[in-house]
Write a protein that binds this ligand. Sequence first.
Ligand code: PEP
Ligand code: MG
Length: 857
Amino acid sequence: MTSITLAAPLAGWAMPLSEVPDPAFAQGLVGTGMAIDPTVNDLRSPCDGIVLSVHRARHACTVRAASGAEVLLHLGVDTVGLNGEGFTAHVQDGQAVKTGDRLISFDMDLVGSRAQSLVSMMVVVNDGYTVDGQSVNREIAAGDPAMTVHGGSGADSAPAPTAASASADSGETAERTVPLRIAHGLHARPAAALVAAAKAHPGTVTILCRDRSANAKSVVALMGLGTVLGDRLTIRATGPGAQGVVESIAGLIDSGLGDPIVEGAATPAAATPAAAPAPSQPAAEEDVGPPFAPGEEALLKGTIAVPGQAVGTAVRRFRSSVRVVEQGAGPDAEEPRLRQALDRVVAGLTQSAQRMPDHAAIFQAHRELLDDPELLDAALADIRAGKSAEWAWQRTARTQADALAKLADPRMAERAADLRDLEQQVLTALSGKEPSVGLADLPAGSIVLADEILPSDLAGVPAGRLAGIGMAHGGPTSHAVILAAALGVPTVVALGRQAERVPDGAPVVLDGNRGELLVFPPEEMLATTRTAVAARAARREENRRTSREECRMADGTRIEVFANLGRVSDAPGAVVEGAEGCGLLRTEFLFLERQSAPTEDEQYQQYQQIADALEGRPLVIRTLDVGGDKPLSYLPLPKEENPVLGLRGVRVGLREPELLRAQIRAILRVKPAGICRIMVPMIASPSELQAVRAMVDEERAKLGRAEPIELGAMIEVPAAALIADRIGAVADFLSIGTNDLTQYVLAMDRGNPHVAAQLDALHPGVLRLIRLAVMGAKTHDRVVAVCGGSASDPMAAPLLIGLGVTELSATPAVIADLKAFIRTLRMKDCRRVAEAALGTDSADEVRRLVAETWPGL
Ligand code: PEP
Ligand code: MG
């Protein structure tokens, strides 16, 4: 047993809890402690510890001290209803804090005038702790000793389940689901009322909401559920009298737990079938439903990302498919389960390291993390407190990962990503399922279904095994999709969580032309799709025969078709497909699986290998474009609210000039001189390109290289398209990145599944900007290329050509077909249709126009 002294979190008049104008606090239902009527507007941490949770409405926050005591700090009375107005949180869940650190600041005038009272509470809410020595009925300064908490001696000493609760677990169980009809969800007061009822029961009581569960005897856990009006709460109890406690808690929840009922909110009867989610709740949180049964034909609709069809077998890679229940079966059962699961994961990592020696360092790093005694000790402490192995592991891994992610050292942030990966691996092992199949060792004909595939997942995929990809989330131009396109793998995104219902091994048809996934399709459908896939492959084979010849339209106009590349091994295949050069080397992809920034020499070697594989064809190397959905762990960029509107592309290069200079030097060293061109991403103003040109000239002089090098600007920021005449004055060439240009013009995040269906580069607004960019470039006779996703879209090709684009840089897999199609086109038709497209209202109308003119597409 230890005792700790909590410091006053606020300055003001300190008072006993019984004087608080809120009965739940005054009667000690929430916890034991004291209150302060504040004279300052900063709430500070009363101890060293970890922030367990900051309430959604930012009016309350819980800190766990090293002794295990959970200290709830609640600003004002009835402040949850302000919904965050007037409060600013300075910490996040999982963050380590020291005594005196600022947690939340608040606008005293606003909160004071709108809340019932500014009196703020500091209470210890978990069992096993007593409080005394409250320094009350006096003025107190922030940081003064305020009260003493006895109990616990660190996380290890959290109370083990009592004999009563352990034996209770083996008996009766009951469950009931009711809607929550109070405006602000389970905030402190209703949570305390629920806890009081749950504590009267000897067995376990758990509240489940959406994918989360909480011990109903813990105020913090209930508040941490983040419930909102309209949520459906499932009450689950075990032990003698389980049915009775479930009924009484259901009654309490139904009557509002002391808060007023919101009229019109779902009644229990109406809510029993799936209730509509509250407006603030993302649709993705819906109940997923049971797995599709064999023979249960299902059609899931998503968004086209990489066209093409595939027939194959479903391979599930969902990261969130393991359900975590908080209460465990006791330490004797849970501890060995956790240890065995860890052993299984370690064994899997050893095997992976042997199978993929190139990546052995990554697997070794994962193994070391799992060996970390602190991680295991923290999880075991939770298990000894009665938690399940899953819950204990998940919480420990997340707390550590969040803490690591906040450290300034980028290597530590990298470790956070590793830990999140390991969190899932161990949970999968605990669920008794086979560890998820790495994409590196898929069986042939696999159609991988996942929440979202990461670019790094695709980095080690062997050719020919991955037949298709279906993602529940994701957008059509995300960088993982770009890699999938490079591999020629049909991909559908934004399928929604119904995709989680597809069982492993189910026969599926993935239709990347229609954006659909068919589960357990009828035999005839499997057969017709197989025939269509074979016919398409035969046509492509046919087109490949002439694909290495230069590309001219039917009227003789020369259009260059280049390839977008992301890694050295893409280059030889691109040449075979008919690429006349590389119009975009996404250099960031070369270094995805690394632990640190690449050196100049390493970069040079990679670029030289690609140049060699292109056998004298031009190579456009884009300088590092990170940020947005391409975070690189070795780059120390600050955390941003809107990274896509922040430090991206050239902005990073100018902020980290040494990084950019090293890359420029590496490019300048590639032989023969003149084969490479440099392209700069995310240019918004000519001055940015001029700054890069100055660096290029300086580095060229230092290297003693006489030959100049072409320097181009990517047009992906709308402002750049609008002033392309000004940018054309300082750039040697322009290349339009339609992925970002579309994202920024339509104000639709390219990674957001909710807008994925509307994110279409053929929107007339995007086409008008492309025309402006071409016209601007023409005033200086500059070539305009397109290297974004629409260069790979056969429907876009005639429009882009009609608008004056003379170079398309496409994903290698489509080049043979694209060149064959361009050879059938005439400029006058392309111009006519492009002109008409500019006068339409929508991308759909544009697509209809193209389809009417070129029906074979
Ligand atoms: C683009 O934005 O269209 C582009 C080519 O760049 P990236 O997709 O790599 O952002
Ligand atoms: Mg871009």
